[in-house]
Design a protein around this ligand. Structure first.
Ligand code: NAD
Ligand code: TYD
Length: 349
């Protein structure tokens, strides 16, 4: 893998992955990071990488929906590997404004696959980053496996499911070397503070309301972002072409328990709020439509075939995450002062 096209590298997981590849992994090639810099993308996330790895890291501001622009990238950099993170990623936004989700997540992925197909002679791998949300919602028991049928419930998960199917079809029809990973909810540094964990951390630090949807008993499986990065790299190196791999944290939690833990950790480690515990900030608000009740991931295939398991415990990962947001309050203010400010949560409320 000499010339890796990585899409969406200025977002949360992409930025962590680029850091991991260049600073810690045995990857030896160069990375061409293509990102449109939507409200969720921030090139500042990689300023340090740009200065430290100037010979192995290139940034190109481009939209993956721009076929001509992406064609230039493939030929200019002799792309031999693709790792595709770029997406619209927030379920709440997909409910209010699904259009961009259909464009980027489906058409954008299709463009990349077409260009990879046109460059098949030199293509080593097309790795597609996906989510456990494509499987829909679980009852009280059971886990998603790689064989679980797709039943997406939100415009976000439906758009990701569509893109997964197209990747699969390119493997079956054109024998394209592809892999897909379906991962559970990530948390860690650089996550845009509209997602549950950074939103709760920042609001709790500032003494603002902590809005928990519905009865707070929806369950998510949480994974520290660096563990996700390690899994993706293992799959890229050793995963069987044409296969899909589940990635999970072995860490199911009810939303309300998670928010309470964040409150307790903040009360223990930072200045207390005057006369009250942070848990008193919890406010139950109207539920998200189509809100999936429970996600839980069986990642035994990835564990047994590739030797990957999560390394970070929830407590240690959460402590690192809280510490990062405390030390990077200005980052959070800056990213929130962009387009996000104008996205009025007109919502479904
Ligand atoms: P994010 O929203 O933080 O980042 C997405 C990045 O993609 C941003 O930098 C954005 O500018 C870029 N982008 C969006 N549209 C683009 C376009 N048309 N052209 C080029 N770049 C574009 O998302 P994330 O949380 O880092 O998620 C990355 C990937 O991982 C997504 O595919 C998502 O579906 C998947 N995933 C996320 C999670 C999670 O918990 N965050 C879990 C499983 C899978
Ligand atoms: P989120 O981080 O948006 O991820 P996803 O919807 O992709 O799983 O939300 C995680 C869980 O937290 C989900 O069950 C919805 C819930 N949630 C809240 O209760 N309040 C909030 O303000 C947000 C953003 C999410």
């Amino acid at each position: 893998m000499k010339n890796l096209l990585l899409t969406g590298g200025c977002g949360f997981i992409g930025a962590n992955f680029i850091r991991y590849l260049l600073e810690e992994s045995d990857f030896k090639g160069r990375i061409i990071n293509v990102d449109k810099l939507t409200y969720a993308g921030n090139s500042e996330n990689l300023a340090y990488i740009e200065s430290q790895f100037s010979d192995r890291y290139i940034f190109e501001k481009k939209d993956i929906c721009d076929f001509k622009g992406m064609e230039e990238i493939f030929s200019k950099y002799l792309i031999d590997t693709v790792c595709h993170f770029a997406a619209e990623s927030h379920v709440d936004r997909s409910i209010v404004a699904p259009d961009a989700f259909i464009q980027t997540n489906i058409i954008g992925t299709f463009n990349l696959l077409e260009l990879a197909r046109a460059n098949m002679d030199q293509l080593i791998l097309f790795h597609h980053i996906s989510t456990d949300e494509v499987f829909g919602s679980l009852g009280n028991r059971g886990f998603f496996t790689e064989k679980t049928s797709y039943k997406p419930n939100s415009p976000y998960s439906a758009s990701k499911a569509a893109s997964d199917h197209i990747v699969r079809a390119y493997n079956k029809t054109y024998d394209m070397p592809t892999t897909i990973s379906n991962c559970s909810n990530n948390y860690g540094p650089y996550q845009f503070p509209e997602k549950m964990i950074p939103l709760m951390i920042l609001n709790a630090i500032e003494g603002k309301d902590l809005p928990v949807y519905g009865d707070g008993r929806n369950i998510r499986d949480w994974l520290f972002v660096k563990d996700h990065c390690k899994a993706v790299w293992k799959i890229m190196k050793s995963g069987s072409r044409g296969e899909t791999y589940n990635i999970g944290g072995n860490c199911e939690m009810k939303n309300i328990d998670l928010v309470e833990q964040i409150c307790d950790l903040l009360d223990e480690t930072t200045e207390k709020l005057p006369n009250r515990s942070r848990k008193e900030l919890i406010t139950f608000v109207k539920d998200r439509p189509g809100h999936d009740r429970r996600y839980a991931v069986d990642f035994s295939k990835t564990k047994n075939n590739l030797g990957w398991s999560p390394e970070e415990s929830f407590k240690s990962g959460m402590k690192k995450t809280i510490q990062w947001y405390i030390s990077n309050r200005k980052w959070a203010d800056r990213v929130k002062s962009g387009e996000y400010r104008f996205w009025i949560k007109k919502q479904y409320r």
